[in-house]
Design a protein around this ligand. Structure first.
Ligand SMILES: *Cc1c(COP(=O)(O)O)cnc(C)c1O
Length: 368
């Protein structure tokens, strides 16, 4: 039995006719950039996130970058980031000209540890970027109160958490602004690249909308130096179709996660921990195993595709070699990166496939 990590084609087969008609609608409209599909999607996605505004942009990295620009964060500024995250979180800070200041995660939830944030704050700190990693919201209440005490902005990197709940509230409206990615493999994915900035502040939303389109306040009149970071009509139309399925697909992911949690035992591997105040959307199902390479190879031979999120922490990536961080600087992050493995999970994974994965894992640990 073959178990792919994620089956994107199955999702698109489920909404085949709707995607085709969305494509035809855009093709025949003659409007391909900044048109009615984008406007409609922005309204629908803001409502989904229980937030007031959404600005569609080109991808998740640009969403983070434009948020930082709109906050006037740049040279000589510092931004607190999780040490353990996808490198895009850090790259956005560098792209804006500011300096990422890493903070270690809570080893149980993998999210930034609120207890370690204060010691990273300096007079240059301007913002905290939290990442709702693997689809599980970070602990926002203590983070927001630290930010309020020090006058810092709070930015959510929600690229892995479309629809996740923190104390019953959707991610996207829990800080000053949030960045989403619609990369095809995310919980809500386009058929190409896409992203969004979500916020409750109307002035901030307006500024991001200017920045994504050359800083134009009206056509050809640039009020601020902007970028080209737009979300096009065809992707917006596809996203509108898939947004209607998001809750249903997230529920299926949750069911798969429940099967895994029920059938895998803590004895052999370290399982995800879910605090009672969050409802994660299981973008990834991440376990920790000491003999990871051998374990991954065993699963591969059983036809099971797994991935590692992430093999190299950002502070040890060659991209940040000039910043002079060294092995041992962030030991919690480094040990996580040595041991994590993501099992297959997705809105179209069958119960039979979960059985095959859990049986294979049992065999590996019992040398059958
Ligand atoms: C995917 C992702 C991004 C970047 O999104 P792109 O659309 O690929 O630019 C940023 N942060 C996190 C946590 C991500 O998972």
């Amino acid at each position: 039995m073959k178990v792919p990590f994620l089956d994107l084609k199955a999702a698109h087969r489920e909404v085949d006719a709707e995607l085709d008609s969305a494509f035809r609608r855009v093709k025949e409209s003659g409007r391909y950039v900044l048109g009615p599909e984008l406007e409609a999607f922005e309204g629908e996605f803001a409502a989904y996130c229980q937030a007031r505004h959404c600005v569609g942009v080109s991808n998740g990295l640009d969403a983070l970058h434009l948020i930082l620009r709109a906050m006037n964060i740049g040279e000589h500024d510092e931004v607190i980031v999780p040490a353990h995250t996808f490198i895009a979180t850090w790259l956005a800070v560098s792209y804006a000209g500011a300096r990422p200041v890493p903070v270690e995660p809570d080893p149980r939830t993998y999210n930034i540890d609120p207890k370690r944030i204060e010691e990273a704050i300096t007079p240059r700190s301007r913002a905290i970027i939290v990442v709702h990693l693997y689809g599980q919201p970070a602990d926002m209440d203590p983070i927001n109160s630290i930010a309020a005490r020090y006058g810092l902005k709070v930015i959510e990197d929600a690229a892995q958490a479309h629809g996740a709940l923190y104390n019953g509230r959707r991610v996207g409206g829990l800080g000053d602004a949030a960045a989403f990615s619609f990369y095809p493999g995310k919980n809500l994915g386009a058929l190409g690249d896409g992203g969004a900035v979500v916020t409750n502040d109307p002035e901030f939303a307006k500024k991001v909308a200017f920045l994504r389109n050359y800083g134009f306040r009206t056509k050809y009149f640039s009020g601020i130096r902007g970028f080209n970071a737009r979300l096009d009509e065809v992707q917006a139309a596809f996203l509108r179709v898939k947004l209607l399925k998001l809750d249903h697909w997230n529920t299926h992911r949750e069911r798969i996660a429940e099967f895994y949690l029920m059938r895998l035992s803590e004895g052999s591997c370290f399982l995800p921990f879910v605090p009672e105040w969050v409802d994660p959307v299981w973008h990834l199902f991440v376990i920790r195993v000491p003999r990871r390479e051998e374990f991954q190879e065993y699963l591969r031979r059983s036809g099971i595709e797994t991935l590692i999120h992430y093999p190299v922490p950002p502070h040890l990536a060659d991209a940040y070699a000039d910043a002079k961080w060294k092995r041992g600087d962030f030991p919690i992050t480094e040990s996580i990166c040595r041991e994590v493995l993501s099992l297959p999970i997705g809105p179209h994974m069958s119960e039979g496939a979960v059985d095959h994965v859990t049986d294979s894992i049992w065999e590996f640990f019992h040398d059958v």
